[in-house]
Ligand binder design. Structure first.
Ligand code: 5GP
Ligand code: ZN
Length: 121
């Protein structure tokens, strides 16, 4: 399968891994948007959030728990951090293997893009 993140899981492409177990791996984002920016991904190939099946519920919950554990290890859990799943084009998804962004080490703005302030809801 021609999936960038499956290639990272299969060690065909190198990555700076910060956590791994039998269900998920986490590695530093190649283009960090915060002092710490990692991606938590399942070893199972799931293209988007729209493709999460009932059987994947525990796996996705585990991804979130791992993000919290990494935040604690990195020392920014109590200061706080941002977790993001982007989905499809409007969500800004560019790699079609679900991944949880974990960003920390500085205060985050909200909303994430200033132009959203000008867009009526
Ligand atoms: P998305 O835009 O799909 O939510 O996030 C994809 C993320 O993957 C981006 O933040 C991008 O910087 C990161 N990324 C893309 N290619 C690579 C790569 O080859 N290695 C790593 N470590 N991150 C990547
Ligand atoms: Zn994949």
């Amino acid at each position: 399968m021609d999936c960038l993140f499956c290639k990272i899981i299969n060690q065909e492409i190198p990555a700076s891994i910060v956590y791994q177990d039998d269900k998920v791996i986490a590695f530093n984002d190649i283009n960090p948007q915060a002092p710490f920016h990692a991606l938590v991904i399942p070893r199972k190939h799931i293209p988007t959030l729209n493709d999460i099946a009932d059987e994947d519920r525990e796996l996705v919950g585990h991804m979130l728990q791992v993000a919290g554990k990494i935040a604690q290890e990195q020392g920014f859990a109590s200061d706080g951090y941002r977790t993001v799943f982007n989905c499809n084009t409007h969500g800004g998804q560019t790699v079609y293997h679900i991944h949880l962004h974990l960003l920390g080490g500085k205060p985050m703005g909200w909303p994430p893009y200033q132009d959203q302030l000008k867009t009526p809801v």
